[in-house]
Write a protein that binds this ligand. Structure first.
Ligand SMILES: C[S@@+](CC[C@H](N)C(=O)[O-])C[C@H]1O[C@@H](n2cnc3c(N)ncnc32)[C@H](O)[C@@H]1O
Length: 309
């Protein structure tokens, strides 16, 4: 039997505060995940509020459907990207939309259980990294990118999406290695990164940790962002979300790294400048020490919210 470790929703109370939900409201959860936030939001909008839950990952939808089964009559779940949130809302006639949540990134089961190469610790897994799995056949896998892109493009990805200091060295080493064999597993890529770091740091350690981080951390983050076009998707999703909201409706976004937070901050500022929205969080809301100690994944979370004018 496979035991699924359920995802713990981050900043759950703070989300409810900024969304100011009331009974009967219509909510869109654009990153449904395991349905933790959705469950809280359904409690606030009971007895007749509706929730449209969207997630790219078919397995997340299955897990959420099980958690939300008691409220199934007021829940609709769709496998789709929040980049197409407008079409989902139209198709399911959610009108008006009072609140939208985007809790970005990945859920605990996705990291811990999937055979898709999200974690650099699972050395035998294939370097896939597509969040949608096989559902989107047009999306290139991480292994595809590593075996086809020129060194310059790989270095750019590692630099732009991972802020990786040894981006060019790692890209060159990948291109050298692939002359002889395709990089197909997590272990293949981790071995190259470790080798580059050992040479640079003149270290003989198995893992030459860099400021408390495994040397593969940034490259894996960068590849995941590139494979899933995460940053362009986020910009498109934010624009569509704010357009969809009814006047006084609220959009809340939780991000987990500075690249995402920067995009949210800039988009919200531009919405405010154009008089489309009013920023509710001058500074991002971050989790309490208590939450961080109970759920270490919360440590990097930042919540920003805006109200539609
Ligand atoms: C941090 S989890 C959400 C957890 C959820 N709030 C909960 O309480 O269980 C992020 C979810 O967003 C999904 N996701 C990431 N990018 C997406 C996108 N572009 N469109 C829809 N879902 C996406 C992931 O598959 C993942 O399930």
């Amino acid at each position: 039997m496979v035991l699924h470790m359920r995802h713990t929703p981050v900043l759950a109370h703070e989300i409810l505060d900024v969304l100011a939900l009331e009974p009967g409201m219509h909510v869109v959860d654009g990153t449904l995940g395991d349905g933790g936030h959705a469950q809280h939001m359904l409690q606030q909008t009971a007895p007749n509020g509706r929730l449209l839950g969207v997630d790219l990952d078919p397995e997340a939808i299955t897990r959420a459907a099980s958690l939300l089964r008691d409220d199934a009559d007021r829940v609709t779940l769709i496998r789709e990207s929040f980049a197409h949130i407008d079409a989902c809302v139209k198709q399911h006639a959610v009108d008006p939309v009072h609140a939208i949540l985007l809790d970005l990134g990945w859920s605990t089961p996705q990291f811990e259980q999937r055979g898709r190469g999200f974690s650099f610790q699972r050395v035998d897994e294939p370097l896939d990294m597509r969040l949608s799995g096989d559902a989107n056949k047009d999306l290139k896998t991480a292994a595809d990118l590593l075996s086809t892109l020129p060194a310059q493009d790989l270095a750019q990805i590692f630099k732009d999406f991972g802020e990786e200091k040894l981006a060019q060295d790692i890209a060159n080493a990948i291109v050298d290695t692939r002359k002889n064999a395709r990089l197909s597993t997590v272990g293949d890529l981790v071995a190259i990164i470790l080798d580059v770091y050992r040479k640079k740091l003149k270290s003989k350690k198995d893992i030459p940790w860099v400021g408390g981080l495994h040397p593969a951390t940034k490259v894996f983050q960068a590849l995941r962002i590139a494979v899933n076009h995460e940053l362009t998707t986020l910009e498109a999703g934010l624009q569509k979300a704010v357009d969809l909201l009814a006047p006084n409706g609220r959009l809340a976004v939780i991000s987990f790294h500075s690249l995402e937070d920067r995009i949210v901050k800039h988009c919200f500022k531009s919405f405010q400048k154009k008089n489309i929205g009013l920023i509710l969080t001058k500074k991002p809301v971050t989790p309490s020490d208590k939450e961080c100690s109970q759920n270490p994944r919360a440590r990097s979370a930042k919540l920003r919210a805006i109200k539609k004018l």
